[in-house]
Design a protein around this ligand. Sequence first.
Ligand code: A3P
Length: 745
Amino acid sequence: MDKWNRELLDKYCREYSVGIVGFVSPSEETLVGAQLRDFPLFVHTNLRLRDASLNPGSSVLRLTRAGETAWGALPGDDWAVFQHNHSTYEPVEWAQRNTQEYPADSVGQVQLPLTTVLQDRGQLDGIQRVLFGSSLRFWLHRLVFLDALSYLSHGQLSLSLERMILVDIDDIFVGEKSTRLRPDDVRALIATQKIIAGMVPGFRFNLGFSGKYYHHGTREENLGDDFLLQNVQEFNWFSHMWKHQQPHLYDNLTLLMAEMQLNYAFAKEHNIPTNSGYSISPHHSGVYPAHELLYMAWKQVWNVKVTSTEEYPHLRPARLRRGFIHRNIMVLPRQTCGLFTHTMYIDRYPGGRDKLDESIQGGELFQTIVYNPINIFMTHMSNYGSDRLALYTFQSVIKFLQCWTNLKLASAPPIQLAEMYFHLHPEEVDPVWGNPCDDARHKKIWSKTKNCDSLPKFLVIGPQKTGTTALYTFLSMHGSVASNIPSPDTFEEVQFFNGNNYYRGLDWYMDFFPSETLPNTSSPMPTAVGTPRYMFEKSATYFDGEAVPKRAHALLPHAKIVTILISPAKRAYSWYQHQRAHGDVIANNYSFYQVITASDSAPRALKDLRNRCLNPGKYAQHLEHWLAYYPAQQLHIIDGEQLRLNPIDVMNELQRFLKIQPLLDYSNHLRYDVKKGFYCQAVSEKRNKCLGKSKGRQYPQMDERSAKLLQRYYLNHNTALVKLLKKLGSRPIPQWLKDDLSTGT
Ligand code: A3P
C-alpha cells in the first residue's frame, strides 16, 4: 500500500477506533529479523513450527480457552514469527521451532518461544492490532481470529458463548436388517447420553421413529427394538415417516394423513410421547421445496410446530443454510456431522479414521459448533450400532470443545430451540422460495407430479395504469403464449410475489400454470392440444413492490421482465381517476391536486392514496431495484405511448425479445377503433373487441396546477431515468420523457 493510502487508513482507524487484523502473507523471500515499518517489531518468515500454546494472560482470548497447547507439528512451512521489544506488544500464541525438520542454525537469531500471533495495544500509534504469523489454515487460528474480531470491534462482532446442541437419530426401527441396534447398543446409547448430559446440560438423544418397520431386524435386533421401547422415557422422540416416493400418497392428503395416523397409533400403543411438536421427513422431502400437503398433514395429525432441513436454501455450502417459517411451522437449518446411513465401521469411514478425527479435533464438525449458536445434527440409527461411530463422534467433539473453548454447551427440546433461533434471526422468518429445478437434489425430492413447466417464462410487472391490460390481452391472442388461469381473489392477476399470497407457497403459485394446455380458443392462431406454451404472468403491482425483485429472482432467475412506462404524471392521474371510478371515498372527496399535495400529517387514507399515485412513478429507482437482481438483457421496457398509438410494432418487437415462435403478425389482428379511441382486437372484418369500460376512460384533462407540480416533482426521477436508459444502451428515450423534462426545467 502506498504511503498516502496507508496514512489515510491509519487516520481512519485512529479516528473511529477501528482495529486491524493482519496476516503476514507467505512469500518466496525468507526474511530474517526484518523490521516492520518504524516499529520495534521484527519478523522472521518461512519457518516450520510445532506446539502452539495460547497465552493464559491474553486479553484477546474470549471464545478460545487460554493456556492450552496444541502439540505436534503445525501445518505448513511458511510460518512467520514476531520478535518484539515494547510493552505495546503482547503475544497471543507462541510456538516452538520444529527442530526435527528445520536445522537450528538457520533461525539462530530467533529467541524461543516464538510469537506466532501478536497483539499490539496501540501504544505507539493509537491503532490496536492482532497480527497472525500464518493463515487460517491452522484450525486454532480460526478461533483466535473470531476472538480478534470480537476484541478489536469492542464486542460488536461477536456471538454469545452459548451453543445449543441437538442430536437427531433418524430411522429408528427403519434401518435394514443387520444395521440395527441390539440391546447392547441401546445400553451404550443410554450410558453415553449420561456422559454427554454431564457436559451438555439437558442433553438427550432425539429419536425419529417409524413404527411400520418395528421388529424388522434379526432376532437380536428385534430384542434391541424392545429394549428401546422399555427405555422409552430415557429419550426424546419424534415421528419420522411418510412415503415421499409414492405419488399416490404424496399427493393425497387423506392417504398421507392415514399413514401418519398409523405411526401416531404405534406411538400411543408403546407409550412413546407424541407431544414433541417436531417431525422430520425422510430425505427432508416436502420440507423444502415445500409440499403444502405435508405441512397440512403434519399440523393435523401431529400438531407439528418445528422441523428441520439441510436443504434450505441449498445443501451446500453448509454455512449458508438458513431457517424459515411456513404455515406456522418453524423450519430450522440442520447440520451434518460427517456420518451417514452407510458409515457404520471406522475402517470403512471415507478417508479413514484420521479424517473423522480431523473433523472432530478442530475440523469441520468442531467448527460447525463454534460458528452456529444452534446446532441440530442429523444421524441415523445405523451410526449407533456396529462401531457406534456417532457415540464416539459426539462424545469426542464435546470433550474437544470443552478443552479448547469457553463455549457454554447446552441442549433443549426442538420447540425451545426454534424459538431461540428465530429470536436470534428474525430476518429469516420469511421464506424465499427458490426454483426446485435449479438444484438437482431439490428436483429429486420433489413430487414426481410437479415440474418446472408450471412456472412462467416472463413477467409483466407493470406499473399499474400504463397499459398492462392491453398488453396482457394482446399477448393472450398469441397461440403459443399463455397467461396464468384467472385468480379468484385478484381476477387476472395472481400477485404472488407481492404481499401475503407469497406465504401460500410455491404449490399455490404453480396451480395457476397447469402444464397440460388446452387450445387457446380466443387466439386467432389456434394450436393443437398439448403444444407447449410460453407462460407468463402479469401483476401490475410487481413493479414497485419492495420484496418482489428478490423473490421473483429467487424463483425465476432466467425469466424475462417486461415493464411499460408512460409519463409518471399521467400515470398518477390515471390511477386517481381509476380510484374515483371504483368509488374510493377519498378520491371522490379530494381533488387530484389535494391528493398529490397531501402532507405527512394528513389522514392516513389520504396519504395512502397520495403514495399510490406518486410512488410507482419514480421509475428509475424501481428499475434500479430490479436491475440489482436481473441482468439488463432480461429486462424489456415498453414505451406505453407507443403501445397505445402503435401496438403492432410494439408487439412485434416484444415477440422478438421474448423469442416467441412462431411470430404473430399483429397487423392482421389489431385495428384502431374510432369509437373507443384505442387499438382493439379485430375479431372479424367489421367487428372489434375492445377492452372494457375501465380501460381508456373518459375524464377531464389534468388541471394546469397539478401538471406543473408533477413535472417539478418528477424532474429528478425523470432525469435519473434518462441516465439509466442511456446506461442500459440501445434503448430510445421516449418522447413523453423528453416532453416532461423540457417543460419541467
Ligand atoms: P386510462 O383508462 O386512464 O386511459 P392498465 O391496464 O395498466 O390499468 O392501464 C390502463 C390504461 O391503458 C388506460 O388508462 C389507457 O390509457 C391505456 N391503454 C393503452 N392501450 C390501450 C388499449 N388498447 N385499450 C385501452 N386502454 C389502453
